[in-house]
Write a protein that binds this ligand. Structure first.
Ligand SMILES: Cc1cc2nc3c(=O)[nH]c(=O)nc-3n(C[C@H](O)[C@H](O)[C@H](O)COP(=O)(O)O)c2cc1C
Ligand code: SF4
Length: 419
C-alpha cells in the first residue's frame, strides 16, 4: 500500500513549499520561505496556543495550550524536558513520517519554541526507527542547526511497536530503555523524563506551533470548517486512486477527501476513522461527515491519528477487524491482565469467526469481552482495541453473523459474483 506518497492539494500549510518528492527541505530554504523562528514571549505564546484551540495530533486530542500552561505555571519542579513524539507506531498512518521526511525544520522549530517557552534544557526527538527517511531527515536537520540549538536536540531512535509511542512508554524508554507504558503513570507536567516536568507532544502538533508562532492564532483559525480549526494531516487508504497523506482543512467532508485522493476505485462499504484504535462506520453515514474531532465525536466516532481507511464491499470486514485485533493483542505490553489475556482472547475468537471456525459462543463472547477490557489497563491500549472491535461488530453485523454460523463470507461471495 502506497501510504508514504503525499497527496498534494491546495489547502496546505504544513506541507506547503517545495514538491513532496522524498527530499527534506533544507534549513536555508525553510527560513527563506517562512522567515527565521520569531522570539515570542512565553506568556504570549501560551495565550496564542489557547486561542487557537489546537488539539494534539497524536491521537488523544488534548488541548496543546493547556498542556504547556500546566508546566509553565508550576515553576520550581525542575528544568523541563520536551519530547517530540514521532514514533508513529500506527501501521497504516504515515502522516508523521511524511511530515518529518519533508519538513523536518517545522518540527524542530516547534520543539525549540516549546523549549524556549517552558525553559527546557533538553529536547528529545523520539522517532520510530523503522521510518528511515524521517529519521535521516531529522538527523540531517539537526546537523544544520546552530551549535547552541544542536546542544539541546537529541535524536532517539524509538523501538518498533504500537505501544512504544504511548506517552508514559516514551518517558519510560527515555529513562530506562524500556518502552512499556508505566503502570502508575506520573503526572507528566510534574515528573517525567529524569523526574523533571515533561512535555510529550506529537510532531505534527509541534509543526503547527511553529506556524502559529509566525502567523498568530487568527491566521490559524482562519482555516477550518467546523468547531475545531486549522488544518490537519490525514492518511487516506483503501480503494482510492492515490492512497497517501493529505493536509485538509479540518471539517472537510470525507467525500471531498476522496476526491482529493483521485476518487474511488471500488465500491466502498465502510470506513475506519482514527486508526487501529478508531471507529468503524458505514460509508453512507459518513460520506458527507466533516472530518474534525468535534463533529466526529458527536457521531460517536474518533479523529484519532487522522487515518481514514476505506474498505470496499469485496473486503471482508470480519477478517480486517480480526487482523487488527491480532496486531493489537501482539502489541500489548503484557503487564495488565485484561490487556494481556483479554486482547489475546478477542484476537483468537475473532480469528476463529473470520476463518469460519467459530465456536457457538464466540460472537457473544466477543461482545462481552470488549466491554470487560475497556478501562481496565494502565494505558488506553485495551480501550482502543475494544473500540475498534465493538464498532466492527455493529458495522459488519451481517458479515459477523454469516461467518459465525460458518455459512459463508459475504465479501468473498461478492468476489465470486463479479467473476
Ligand atoms: C498505545 C498508544 C500508542 C500511541 N502512539 C503514539 C504515537 O505513535 N505517536 C504519538 O504522537 N502519540 C501516540 N500516542 C498518544 C500519546 O500517548 C500522547 O497522547 C501524544 O504523544 C501527545 O501528543 P499530542 O498531545 O500532541 O497528541 C499513543 C497512545 C497510546 C495509548
Ligand atoms: S494496558 Fe496493555 S499496553 Fe497498556 S500498560 Fe497495560 S499491558 Fe501495557
Amino acid at each position: 500500500m502506497g501510504t508514504t506518497q503525499p497527496v498534494t492539494q491546495p489547502t496546505e500549510r504544513l506541507l506547503a513549499g517545495p514538491p513532496l518528492d522524498g527530499r527534506a527541505e533544507a534549513l536555508h530554504a525553510h527560513t527563506t520561505r517562512l522567515g527565521a523562528l520569531p522570539h515570542v514571549p512565553a506568556v504570549q505564546m501560551i495565550a496564542a496556543l489557547e486561542a487557537t484551540g489546537l488539539r494534539g495530533r497524536g491521537g488523544a486530542g488534548f488541548p496543546v495550550g493547556r498542556k504547556w500552561r500546566a508546566i509553565h505555571d508550576q515553576p520550581g519542579l525542575g528544568v523541563p524536558v520536551i519530547v517530540a513524539n514521532g514514533a508513529e507506531g500506527e501501521p497504516e498512518s504515515a502522516k508523521d513520517r511524511v511530515l518529518m521526511a519533508h519538513r523536518p525544520h517545522l518540527v524542530i522549530d516547534g520543539a525549540l519554541l516549546a523549549a524556549r517557552t517552558l525553559g527546557a534544557d533538553r529536547v528529545e526527538l523520539y522517532l520510530g526507527r523503522e521510518h528511515t527517511a524521517a529519521v535521516r531527515a531529522m538527523k540531517g536537520a539537526v546537523e544544520e542547526r546552530l551549535k547552541s540549538d544542536r546542544k539541546l536536540l537529541h535524536v532517539i531512535e524509538a523501538p518498533t511497536g504500537y505501544v512504544a509511542g504511548e506517552s508514559t512508554a516514551v518517558v519510560h524508554y527515555l529513562n530506562s530503555k524500556d518502552a512499556r507504558p508505566m503502570l502508575t503513570p506520573p503526572r507528566m507536567s510534574e515528573r517525567g523524563v529524569r523526574n523533571r516536568p515533561t512535555l510529550v507532544q506529537n510532531v505534527e502538533s509541534l509543526a503547527q506551533v511553529a506556524l502559529i508562532a509566525r502567523y498568530g492564532a487568527d491566521w490559524f483559525r482562519d482555516a477550518g470548517r467546523g468547531k475545531d480549526r486549522g488544518t490537519g494531516l490525514v492518511t487516506i487508504a483503501g480503494p482510492v486512486r492515490h492512497e497517501g497523506v493529505a493536509e485538509i482543512e479540518l471539517g472537510t467532508p470525507l467525500a471531498e477527501l476522496v476526491e482529493m485522493a483521485g476518487g474511488l476505485t471500488g465500491n466502498p462499504k465502510a470506513v475506519l476513522i482514527g486508526g487501529y484504535f478508531g471507529t468503524w462506520a458505514p460509508i453512507e453515514s459518513v460520506w458527507g461527515m466533516p472530518l474534525e474531532p468535534e463533529s466526529l465525536k458527536a457521531a460517536g466516532l474518533t479523529f484519532g491519528c487522522g487515518l481514514v481507511r476505506i474498505v470496499d464491499e469485496r473486503t471482508c470486514g470480519v477478517g480486517y477487524s480480526a487482523r487488527i485485533m491480532d496486531f493489537l493483542a501482539a502489541g500489548s505490553a503484557m503487564q495488565c491482565g485484561p490487556c494481556k489475556y483479554g486482547l489475546a482472547d478477542l484476537a483468537e475468537a475473532s480469528g476463529r469467526v473470520a476463518g469460519m471456525g467459530a465456536k457457538a459462543t464466540d460472537l457473544y463472547d466477543i461482545g462481552r469481552w470488549t466491554a470487560l477490557v475497556t478501562g481496565r489497563g494502565a494505558c488506553r491500549h485495551p480501550d482502543g482495541a475494544a473500540q475498534q472491535m465493538s464498532t466492527a461488530l455493529a458495522v459488519f453485523a451481517d458479515d459477523f453473523a454469516s461467518h459465525a454460523d460458518r455459512r459463508r463470507c459475504l465479501a468473498a461471495s461478492l468476489i465470486g459474483a463479479y467473476r
